[in-house]
Design a protein around this ligand. Structure first.
Ligand SMILES: Cc1ncc(COP(=O)(O)O)c(C=O)c1O
Length: 364
C-alpha cells in the first residue's frame, strides 16, 4: 500500500509522558484530560487511553456524543460531558455512566426525569459562557440540592472555567467559586470534585487546583499560551505530507492563485499534497515554512485547498520525499505555535482544524 498523501503521526507515549509530567505539579489531586474535538485532533480514543496510562483519573469531553464514542471504544473510566442541546435526552448518557456537567435548571430536571444521573454543577463565575448565570444561581442550587437529597440525581462535582485574562481576574472567579461551594454546603451538599482550572490556570495558579485539574492542550505537549513554552512537554502530533512534483522555475514565473509570489531568480519548487482542506491555515500564506530532510524552506504563493508550493532553491528534492508541516521543533519541523503565529491564531485552532482526508497513524 502506498503512503497516505497526508498523515498525522500521533505519539501516545508522548501524551502519556506529558500527563505524567503534568501530574507531578499536583500529584495528590485528580487529573482530568480533555479529549473533546477528537482529542484536539489527535484521536479521542488514543488520547484518552494515553492519558489514563499517564495517571489521569477522569476524561473530559464537550458533548454526550463524544462521551458515548469513548464508551463504545471500551473506555470505562469516569467521563464528564458539559455541553448539551436545549432538548437533550440524557437517558443513554446516564445508562452508560457518563457524568453530566449541568448548567441550567431545565437540565437538572431533565436529568432527574431521565432516571437520575451523576452531575457536576457548572457555574459561570465570570467567563460569561457556559455555566449557570448569576441571576439563576440561587434557584439552580436549591433545585440541585433538593434533587440530590431526594435521590433523584447525585451532585458529585462543582465546576467552572476561568478566562485567563489576568491573574487577578482568575483569582476573582475562584473566589466566586468558593462562595458557591459554601452556599451549596449550607444546603447540605458537599460534592467530592471541585474543579475550575484548565491547562494555563492549573500550571500557573496552585490555589486554583482544588480537587481536580483539567488538562487539554498541555497534555498534547502544546503550550496554552506563549508564556508556557518551557514546560518540558513533547508535542504528540506530527503533520506530514509528501512532495508530489518538482519543477524548475525561471525568474519571474508566478506561483499559485493571484501570483502572490513570483520567483525572484531561477529556483526549484516542490509541490506538496496538503492544503487548507486538510487544516493548513490559508491565513498563513506568505509566512509559513515546512521542513524537508531537516531543512526549513518557505511555502510560496497562495495556500490552496489541496496543495502548497515550497521554494527549495537549489536543494535536491524528489517526488516522494517527506515534508514535515508541523511537529516537534527540535527536529527542525515548524511547531504548531509557529503555524498559529503565521496564521494569527492559537495552537488549539491549528490542531483541531485537521481535515477528514488526513490519515491518523498511531506511533504508540
Ligand atoms: C470546560 C473546559 N475545561 C478544560 C478545557 C481544557 O482547556 P485547555 O486545553 O486550555 O487545557 C476546556 C477547553 O476549552 C474546557 O472547555
Amino acid at each position: 500500500m502506498s503512503t497516505p498523501l497526508r498523515r498525522v503521526l500521533v505519539s501516545s507515549s508522548a501524551i502519556q509522558r506529558n500527563v505524567e509530567r503534568l501530574r507531578e505539579l499536583a500529584p495528590a489531586i485528580d487529573t482530568m484530560v480533555v479529549v473533546k474535538a477528537n482529542g484536539y485532533g489527535h484521536g479521542s480514543e488514543l488520547a484518552a487511553r494515553a492519558a489514563l496510562a499517564g495517571g489521569a483519573s477522569w476524561i473530559g469531553v464537550a458533548d454526550i456524543g463524544e462521551a458515548l464514542e469513548l464508551r463504545d471504544a471500551g473506555i470505562t473510566a469516569p467521563v464528564l460531558a458539559w455541553l448539551h442541546a436545549a432538548d437533550e435526552d440524557f437517558i443513554e448518557a446516564i445508562a452508560r455512566d457518563v457524568t453530566l456537567g449541568i448548567s441550567t435548571i431545565a437540565q437538572l430536571r431533565a436529568v432527574a426525569l431521565a432516571g437520575g444521573g451523576t452531575v457536576h454543577l457548572k457555574i459561570d463565575t465570570g467567563l460569561g459562557r457556559n455555566g449557570v448565570g448569576r441571576e439563576q444561581l440561587a434557584e439552580f442550587l436549591d433545585t440541585a440540592a433538593a434533587l440530590h437529597s431526594s435521590g433523584d440525581l447525585v451532585v458529585d462535582g462543582l465546576m467552572s472555567h476561568v478566562s485567563g485574562t489576568s491573574r487577578a481576574a482568575d483569582l476573582a472567579q475562584a473566589e466566586i467559586f468558593v462562595r458557591t461551594r459554601d452556599l451549596l454546603a449550607a444546603k447540605g451538599v458537599s460534592p467530592t470534585h471541585l474543579h475550575i482550572a484548565a491547562s494555563a490556570a492549573a500550571i500557573d495558579h496552585p490555589s486554583l487546583r482544588f480537587t481536580m485539574v483539567r488538562f487539554g492542550i498541555a497534555a498534547y505537549g502544546l503550550a496554552p499560551t506563549t508564556s508556557h513554552l518551557e514546560l518540558g512537554l513533547t508535542p504528540a502530533m506530527r503533520f506530514e505530507s509528501s512532495i508530489v512534483n518538482v519543477k524548475r522555475l525561471a525568474a519571474g514565473d508566478g506561483v499559485s492563485y493571484n501570483f502572490l509570489w513570483t520567483a525572484p531568480t531561477e529556483t526549484t519548487v516542490a509541490l506538496v499534497a496538503a492544503g487548507y482542506a486538510d487544516g493548513i491555515p490559508r491565513a498563513a500564506t506568505g509566512r509559513a515554512e515546512v521542513e524537508i530532510a531537516g531543512v526549513r524552506f518557505p511555502v510560496v504563493g497562495r495556500i490552496a485547498m489541496d496543495q502548497i508550493v515550497v521554494d527549495v532553491g537549489d536543494a535536491l528534492v524528489t517526488a516522494g520525499d517527506t515534508v514535515g508541516i508541523w511537529g516537534d521543533p527540535t527536529g527542525g519541523t515548524p511547531s504548531v505555535s509557529d503555524w498559529a503565529d503565521w496564521a494569527d491564531t492559537i495552537s488549539y485552532d491549528i490542531v483541531t482544524g485537521i481535515g477528514n482526508r488526513v490519515t491518523r497513524i498511531d506511533l504508540s
